[in-house]
Design a protein around this ligand. Sequence first.
Ligand SMILES: [Zn+2]
Length: 408
Amino acid sequence: MMFDHLFRNARLPGRGEAVDLGIRHGRFVAVEPAIEAAMPGEDLGGRLVVPGLVETHLHLDKACLFGRCACGSNVQEAIAAVAGAKRGFTEDDVYERASRALERAILQGTTRIRTHVEVDPRIGLTSFRALKRLKADYAWAVDLELCAFPQEGLLDDPGCEEVLEAALLEGADLVGGVPYVDKDRNGQIARIFALARRFDVDIDFHLDFDLDPADASLFEVCRMAEATGWQGRVAIGHVTKLSAMAPEAFASAAKRLREAGVAVTVLPATDLFLTGRDHDRDVPRGVAHAHRLAAMGVTCSISTNNVLNPFTPYGDCSLIRMANLYANVAQVSDETDLATCLDLVTGSSARLMRLDGYGIAPGHAADMVVLDASSPAEAVATLAPPLFGLKAGRRTFERPAPRLLREA
Ligand SMILES: [Zn+2]
């Protein structure tokens, strides 16, 4: 067989034996042990290969604001700080900051991203149009989908729904909501579902971002998903209320989410930074247990959310770091659960986003990232760096492994 690229001795998540990967015309054409070919191929030394990391929840439009506004000590303050800074955003400014974050994500092995983008009567479509340009300009490395959403409120912000509609008419891939910023939370949920049905798009809510286990909006979202036939097309992010629920309440919430086909994204960096600020000791973590939800049949992901801004003043756009942070905070120890943490930034994330053709298999686009680890559990435990990656069969980045320079 003839290949454009042949990689030998690769390990794939969930597959025991090492395999070779043959690529031709941008697609995997052979994935099997010991492929016979006239070319020698590149030996990967038994390293783990994933089909690229998948970021399901990122805010590229407000990334890299460090130094331009104060940090929030809770989510309301962070929203207000960004709302102030947003008055000075221009399309070029958003593009420049977003491209910096996006390039970091590419260098960290991310090949698919769902980014949220704020639209409202003040910023209009400025950020949205910047990210639309970014989506086209970086298609060589990453598939970007845009989720337009009203961060500062929908029902309580007259004119916002018209801007949201305009974003959907201009090609937003899906619609998001933040029910807790409006007085009528269920009212906002109903409007977002109405827009999703009108434009036939999926939904991604910011939801239940506090530590009161009672009165969770997730049940209304589940009810609406079933009532509208949107099962499998709705994700909810943060859901820190889940971290405060007693085991029985957590289990029944998981059952509802599974039945209604509502997926959960956990955002450990922001959840740890913004929750529990009213405690002067024994600070609660506020991180919902994604690996437990996943074991109960809920589609889940772990994601970055914010980078260097009032919601999270840290960030290198590394999903491997996010999986490790989550594992540490959720006190994950056994090998199966550590492997799940890698799945929560790869395969499970791809299912949440309903991505077609994701995975290392013949016929699929040759998207692959080589991690410096031999197994999924090791990749999470050791923060395995990505060494290089391909998008549709073309090398998009390299990070050569560091080496020791010993005495002669
Ligand atoms: Zn978010």
